[in-house]
Design a protein around this ligand. Sequence first.
Ligand code: KE4
Length: 425
Amino acid sequence: MIAESERLFAAAQRVLPGGVNSPVRAFRGVGGTPRFIASGEGALLVDADGNRYLDLVLSWGPLILGHAHPEVLAAVVEAASRGTTYGAPTELEVRLAERVVAAFPSVEMVRFVSSGTEAAMSAVRLARAATGRTAIVKFDGCYHGHADSLLAAAGSGVATLGLPDSPGVTAGTVADTLVVPFNDTSVVEALFAARGRDIAAVLVEPVAGNMGVVPPAPGFLEALRELTRRAGALLVFDEVMTGWRVHPVGAQALYGITPDLTILGKVVGGGLPAAAYGGARALMEQIAPAGPVYQAGTLSGNPVAMAAGVATLDVLARPGMWERAERWAACAANVLTRAAARAGVPLTVQRVGTMLTPFFTGAPVTNYADAKRADRAAYGAFFHAMLDAGVYLPPSAFESAFTSTAHGEAELDAFEAAVTTAWVR
Ligand code: KE4
């Protein structure tokens, strides 16, 4: 029974475009009525009708400790009780910055902003300023937020000239955005051979999450590092999703690659609006007011968000915590793979750390074209069967599911029971 969600969705559609504040929440990728959520606790979500779900979305990644973790809540309440924002520096942003710098050897300095979009667009501006070049290389199927210059679709042919990926984005805005296939080193090599001198940066999700989870092919990230180094371009890792998700630090630690700039979000804010970009001091001190590259934000480094981030990273850093979330993800991937085999359903589960995606295809998914060939209708049917069985998966076949330290044995049993029901149908 979802009468309350249906009532709220009708009301929402009168005052919010599509009834939501971010498109993927509207269930258009899977159909049906989005569940309006009333509360969350640990791995549990409760919707407006009182239905309870095991949550494998976790707000699209931030909640690696699960919902309403007591120590995160306590830190948030304590900070907010003293005031919510000052538009002035606070100790909390220094404490979170020190934790980020300690975790990521490639990051000597960091700037906090309020969303991954803001972090990505600022990193691109810095890369262009630092190199004096204009072209940015991104990968088809990778998403870096909705800044105009990054809403570019893959062009046709080798030109790879970015095409606007949304009305309102002008051809001029994406003229310097070159879009190439993920995991295709030869195309990137050809691009650098043709236009290396114009390229300011390569921007990449080191493990793609926005086409579903697609790991880098062996040697792919190493090739990007070598090509950018040789051409005097920057390598920018968008770790908004992979940060503290694919490894206790991030993809750069997992694969041993040192990017020039790192973009962070989601986990770093512990569930409140915060994101960041960072890198070597020589680069970051070009950012205003230390340097001439302008970037600003009323709520950047918001003390309540910083408190949530500090508490989250401190709890996550305790021995065995991250491994608990990773182990659950590994078990969930095995459950899915075994159930699909028993049911004779072609399924490829791709997982890196605490991120995983079930692709309804028998073939490995190495790029966006592969991901689009997977059976989206089958994913939609599976999504709803699991939702009816009390498991909340991402309402899109092109997303990652996430686990948390709050997912334990009971939750794994519930997950396995739901998968069995879903495939018995
Ligand atoms: P935000 O502006 O949504 O905070 O971050 C943009 C962003 C940047 N980089 C990566 C790798 C990202 O995954 C994201 C945002 N991720 C999506 C989920 N795929 C957020 C969910 C949504 O759009 O509602």
